[in-house]
Design a binder for this molecule. Structure first.
Ligand code: G6P
Length: 368
């Protein structure tokens, strides 16, 4: 990897557009495309015998872990305990050596994540590290290293590391499901075929949505607050969307589970706070649309990020509808990451902030 901006204005933009390529690298480490099978080389971690999985991380890596929780529970029927590392390390949670532990960290040096890892080691758990930097402390102190192969990430706001973390976690969850007998050989082949399509779909989506994201960012740049909503794996994505926007544009944003709308954020709805709804046409779609209705009925303006099937199924008026291709549920979080990244990026560019080096933030937090 040559670490320069190439033809891009910022590292962040370059890293967003690199995703199809680096996701291919990440997948090729875990997937046998000739056989359509997963091989995670996780001999050190016995997913088959594990009674549960503890996941800990910070920031964007934590949100990747939260998507991973949905996958490990659904595909591998493996219960997941997940927390931000700064809480995990001090909660004094009871752990058993029959559980496995996963730590997700781009840098592999985040102090709280490392402390959580050591807590798990003291409790006798086998440790896996999902890291970008293979020579890092977290990687060195682990029993199994799961590299994300994203190449150097320079922009402080994580983009390609996030989607590569997701690709690796999806592979691990399918691999764990295979080991535990909850994913059949046929299901494995079908899931792997979907993963294999991802780089091509990402390229297409990046080209497709770029102009719309740029024009929409002008609208967002006028706002003081933005609410992101999603259900299922789109809930952690809603939080990631809000995190990206606040990190680089300094616009206050919150990500909520769509079903929690009624329990608080609905009080904030007015014409000044756009509500970004992330809703692929999945088994949660109708529920999320009914939350959108509640927003619309109160004069809220909606930015609807959906797919072709979802756009056809909803007749609600929106401020904008971003239409992605219909993709399988296993790759939707990676594909739906692209509009939320580009929206944050273009909003920040439009506002003239220091996109790659936002104020007060560090790429790697090595102190508590
Ligand atoms: C900082 C960075 C974030 C990152 C987080 C965790 O806050 O600004 O982009 O997600 O640390 O970093 P790690 O290297 O452990 O993934």
């Amino acid at each position: 990897y040559v670490v320069d901006k190439g033809n891009h204005r910022h590292f962040m933009e370059k890293e967003i557009y690199e995703q199809p390529e680096v996701i291919s690298h990440a997948l090729s480490h875990y997937v046998d495309f000739a056989e359509n099978t997963i091989s995670t080389n996780a001999a050190a971690i016995d997913f088959k015998a594990a009674s549960g999985l503890a996941i800990s991380a910070c920031g964007t890596a934590y949100l990747a872990g939260l998507v991973g929780k949905y996958w490990f529970e659904r595909y591998a029927r493996l219960p997941v305990e997940i927390d931000v590392a700064s809480e995990f390390r001090y909660r004094e949670m009871p752990l058993s050596p029959s559980q496995a532990a996963l730590f997700i960290s781009q840098s592999g040096e985040t102090a709280d994540t490392l402390a959580s890892l050591r807590y798990c080691r003291e409790n006798g758990l086998k440790i896996g590290a999902v890291v970008n930097v293979r020579e890092s402390t977290i990687a060195r102190e682990s029993d199994a290293i799961f590299p994300i192969m994203a190449g150097p990430e320079i922009g402080v706001a994580s983009t390609k590391a996030f989607t590569c973390q997701l690709a690796v976690l999806a592979s691990l969850a399918i691999g764990a499901g295979k080991a535990r007998g909850t994913v059949s050989a046929d299901e494995e082949r079908a899931l792997v075929r979907h993963l294999a399509e991802m780089p091509r779909i990402m390229s297409r989506v990046l080209n497709l949505i770029q102009p719309q994201m740029e024009s929409l960012s002008r609208e967002l740049s006028k706002c003081k607050d933005v609410l992101y909503l999603g259900r299922g794996t789109s809930f952690p994505l809603a939080m990631e969307g809000a995190l990206k926007l606040k990190e680089i544009s300094y616009i206050h944003a919150e990500g909520y589970a769509a079903g929690e709308l009624k329990h608080g954020p609905i009080a904030l709805i007015d014409e000044n706070m756009p509500v970004i709804v992330i809703a692929p046409f999945d088994r949660f779609f109708d529920k999320t649309v009914s939350n959108m209705q509640e927003v619309a009925a109160r004069g809220g303006r909606i930015i609807f990020i959906t797919d072709e099937a979802g756009a056809a199924a909803s007749k609600l008026p929106t401020m904008a509808t971003i239409i992605l291709p219909v993709v399988d549920e296993i790759i939707a979080p990676m594909i739906f990451s692209l509009p939320i990244q580009l929206l944050a990026y273009h909003t920040a560019v439009f506002m003239g902030t220091d996109v790659d080096q936002p104020r007060n933030l560090a790429k790697s937090v090595t102190v508590e």
